[in-house]
Design a protein around this ligand. Structure first.
Ligand code: ACM
Length: 528
């Protein structure tokens, strides 16, 4: 009898334990695509030994050691009886993938290439951070992980507000830990030109003055040396930096510096465009793109192409444009716009680079082999469909839910709204058919997704962080973890840990789980 009771209790506890194991998840965001949690756990010693004899991931390990030092109290030392982290290069592990095994032996991470090794180390880092905070052993587990999308991007608009290199590196640090891998740098637009171009110094001297909130702000921009340093910092974290030179619209800062190539504007957007009828314009922009192409190792150069109709009203009055239209039998200013884009796309092709453009470039007849489209107008899903049908590679960044200048909570007063807000739940839920207008987001030419931090309503570093964190974590998981593995409940259970981690770094965030405890860091203006 006694034995039977004991056995029943044993079975019951076993069941409870099993349920606990199933409910348990690992503290990794984005969540890995294949996870097996096993019975038992590994206690981590305060000093860790790294055995990297069988790896060649020195650069990745250097960043990891720095992160471990910055984010935890763990020390790395060669000592017996430590927890051992084994790094193994294994060519059978697919590119950009990693395998992780935690057992009584220690932590074993295998990767076939340096990208996969970096991602594996980011997962190890997150596990260690969590186990230190919770003073907990790590569950034995086995992970096989690879990204869902090749493009997991974040765009920062520094034309409207200049955040500076320190803040950009802070953002890159958080991108790295979440395995985001593309930093799209919006450095030129109407309020300010932020990138040194040696051939045209007035671009920064004159065009770098002012911002969205203060037209008289002193010139702020990045020198080419500073840009190189940021590209290098990002590359060490396997983040590619993609420059954008917006044209033929959003050109006010550039033509303020060089008025001879202005194509005029409208009442609301004065001097908004480059002149499409002057050879001088194309020569100027070709020289600019050459310097940009040499500076940025990325194969992509983004040429904008958006919202030209905001300020192309003068074009039809220019004799050069009239003549071109007559000669080529063009009917409208859209034809002129397409001509402009084709000329600049040719320049980029001649540099052996790939054109990136906002979804206005669809229909311009650019080469499908050399053009990637960013679908941003969520209310025009037909442009997403058309891009795919025409064979372009496509990156999804629809305003809703992926523009981080939209408010993220209904109680917030400042920021954009457009029949909807971009709360963390909807960022997490992307992509789904409802949000893509019924279009298939798993097609081979859908490269991935990106969130864009536009700064019309963001006027300081704290507010940028408030608008970005923790939505950045939802972006990371939505772009890394397949829809089958994504799980809002699991993500929201991990969210307090992430929020705590960000706050430890001094990041000013919004806590969607306790909206009343993190008052809005207000913007300067309300926007629609
Ligand atoms: C954009 O938001 N104008 C691409």
């Amino acid at each position: 009898m006694n034995k039977l009771i004991k056995r029943a209790i044993f079975l019951m506890l076993g069941n409870i334990f099993t349920v606990f194991l199933f409910a348990q998840q690992l503290p990794i965001t984005p969540y890995p695509n294949q996870v097996e949690i096993k019975e038992g756990s590994l206690k981590i010693s305060q000093t860790i030994t790294i055995d990297d004899v069988k790896s060649s991931f020195k650069g990745e390990l250097d960043v990891f050691k720095k992160q471990l030092n910055d984010y935890t109290n763990y020390k790395i030392k060669k000592r017996k009886l430590n927890t051992i982290l084994y790094l193994i290069k294994d060519e059978s592990v697919k590119q950009e993938s990693y395998e992780l095994k935690i057992s009584s032996k220690g932590i074993e991470m295998k990767a076939g290439d340096s990208v996969g090794a970096f991602y594996g180390l980011q997962s190890v880092l997150q596990i260690l951070i969590d186990s230190e905070i919770k003073e907990q052993a790590i569950a034995y587990c086995q992970i096989k992980d690879q990204p869902r999308y090749a493009w997991r991007g974040l765009m920062l608009d520094e034309s409207r507000y200049f955040f500076g290199g320190k803040e950009v590196k802070r953002l890159l640090d958080m991108m790295a830990i979440h395995k985001l891998n593309k930093f799209h740098w919006h450095l030129t637009d109407s309020p300010g030109w932020r990138m040194e171009i040696k051939k045209y110094p007035l671009l920064t001297k004159v065009g770098g003055m002012g911002n969205q909130f203060d037209p008289n702000a002193p010139a702020q921009y990045y020198s080419q040396k500073e840009i190189k340093e940021i590209i290098e910092y990002a590359a060490q974290r396997h983040i590619e930096v993609i420059p954008e030179i917006d044209m033929p619209g959003h050109a006010t800062a550039a033509v303020r510096a060089y008025p001879e190539i202005s194509g005029g504007g409208s009442e609301k957007y004065p001097n908004f465009t480059f002149h499409p009828g002057k050879e001088e314009t194309f020569e100027f922009l070709t020289n600019v793109l050459k310097e940009v192409g040499e500076l940025f190792p990325s194969k992509y150069i983004h040429i904008g192409g958006d919202e030209v109709h905001f300020g192309n009203h003068m074009w039809k009055t220019f004799p050069e444009v009239k003549e071109m239209m007559k000669k080529n039998k063009w009917k409208s200013m859209v034809d002129v716009e397409h001509y402009f884009l084709n000329r600049m796309a040719d320049t980029i092709q001649n540099m052996n680079k790939t054109v990136l453009g906002w979804d206005e470039v669809v229909g311009a007849g650019l080469s499908r082999y050399n053009t990637t489209v960013m679908w941003w107008r969520h209310d025009k899903p037909q442009l997403f469909e058309k891009s795919i049908k025409e064979g372009y590679q496509v990156i999804m960044c629809p305003r809703l839910p992926l523009y981080f200048d939209f408010v993220q909570h209904d109680s917030h007063k400042d920021g954009r709204r457009w029949n909807g807000i971009a709360d963390i739940e909807s960022v997490y839920a992307f992509p789904n058919k409802e949000m893509t207008g019924g279009n298939d987001f798993d097609k081979a030419n859908v490269l991935g997704m990106q969130a864009n931090i536009w700064t019309e309503v963001i006027h300081n570093n704290d507010r940028m962080e408030f608008m970005t964190f923790p939505r950045i974590a939802a972006l990371a998981e939505a772009s890394w973890t397949t829809n089958g593995q994504k799980n809002w409940k699991g993500f929201s259970d991990r969210l307090p840990g992430l929020i705590n981690f960000y706050q430890q770094r001094g990041i000013k965030l919004f806590n969607p789980l306790q909206p009343n405890k993190t008052p809005e860091i207000n913007g300067p203006v309300k926007s629609n």
